[in-house]
Design a protein around this ligand. Structure first.
Ligand SMILES: Nc1nc2c(c(=O)[nH]1)N=C([C@H](O)[C@@H](O)CO)CN2
Length: 117
């Protein structure tokens, strides 16, 4: 199986558990991997036969910025379900980092893998 991926997608949004976080935007960084078969697209050099990463990026940014959320876990799960529901992929890996969250760490985050059931 092949993979279409996006690394370090920057999304500025309202995210966090604490009251002070609900009035500011913070940056999330997303790594997305979508399992798919790219062989036909490659053979025919045809964007219509693969997953367009530009379309995926815009859709994911739209989803995340649509409403405030508390947990990065919720972001990861919602993004995974969107990718499985709207794009031709059987399995996705979604990592969400919140680099500003911990002063003592470069970054924090979660990674999930979800498959079409
Ligand atoms: N597992 C998680 N732990 C924490 C989260 C989270 O989303 N998932 N969020 C926070 C706060 O919002 C924090 O980022 C504020 O700096 C704390 N722990």
């Amino acid at each position: 199986m092949d993979i279409v991926f996006i690394k370090q997608l920057q999304v500025d949004t309202v995210i966090g558990v604490y009251d002070w976080e609900k009035t500011i935007q913070q940056r999330l960084l997303l790594d997305l991997e979508l399992m798919t078969d790219i062989s036909n697209a490659a053979k025919q050099d045809d964007i219509r036969q693969t997953l367009d990463y530009a379309v995926i990026a815009q859709r994911v940014i739209g989803l995340i910025t649509a409403q405030p959320l508390e947990l990065i876990e919720t972001v990861a799960e919602r993004v995974a379900q969107l990718l499985l529901n709207e794009f031709a992929t059987t399995q996705v890996k979604v990592s969400v980092q919140k680099p500003g969250a911990l002063e003592q760490a470069e970054t924090v985050g979660v990674t999930i893998v979800r498959s079409r059931s």
